[in-house]
Design a protein around this ligand. Structure first.
Ligand code: HEM
Length: 179
């Protein structure tokens, strides 16, 4: 499933923060719209980012089962806060073999183990843009209730301190609320 994020003047999500964490940022926008399906032109779009929701690359069977048992769905009524964090990894990351990337992702950085601690409070969806020729390899999307905002901040900080993030060359952090 192809998902397009439109940054501009319209959409149900109001942008509360948009910062460049690494590399080039994105132009400031007031609102965000999330479109499933074709990335049709939106006249008000300042920028448009697309990604495909695909299969898991690194998760083991046990991890997939644990995630499936714990992860909440998107669009829960109480989850009025969201984060869109587009990320591109370095050529050094992509030059690694699958087993080497998995080892850095989980055995060294404990990405899934750290992430599981935030469940079931945080709903997530990962979109892949790299093979679409998009500027970001990943569009990561999270939804949570306002009371979970501090816990989400701690989660992001923990992940950014890992070895995996040494390979992140571009990252933009966009925070949103739904009115
Ligand atoms: C990938 C879990 C939070 C960024 C993954 C994968 C899992 C996962 C299981 C691997 C999917 C696969 O097998 O391909 C979680 C959980 C989280 C969480 C449970 C808790 C909410 C985050 C956060 C960020 C993030 C907060 C960004 C700051 C990424 C990225 C990838 C990824 C960029 C793709 C990595 C790659 O393929 O190289 N996550 N994650 N995750 N996650 Fe998370």
């Amino acid at each position: 499933m192809r998902i397009t994020f439109h940054g501009g003047a319209q959409g149900p999500w109001a942008v509360t923060r948009l910062v460049a964490v690494a590399g080039e940022g994105l132009a400031p926008v007031a609102r965000l719209r999330v479109d499933a399906g074709a990335a049709e032109e939106a006249p008000d779009s300042v920028w448009r980012l697309a990604g495909v929701v695909g299969h898991a690359r690194y998760a083991t069977r046990a991890e997939i089962d644990t995630l499936a048992a714990m992860q909440p769905p998107l669009a829960r009524p109480e989850a009025t806060c969201a984060a869109l964090i587009p990320i591109r990894k370095s050529p050094a990351w992509w030059a690694l073999a699958q087993d080497e990337r998995r080892a850095i992702f989980e055995e060294t950085s404990h990405h899934t183990a750290i992430g599981l601690r935030a469940l079931p409070a945080v709903a997530r969806r990962l979109h892949h843009g790299r093979d679409l020729g998009e500027p970001f390899d990943f569009l990561t999307w999270f939804e949570f209730a306002p009371a979970q905002a501090d816990a989400f901040e701690a989660l992001v900080a923990a992940l950014r301190a890992t070895r995996e993030w040494d390979f992140v060359e571009r990252e933009v952090d966009i925070r949103l609320v739904r009115d």
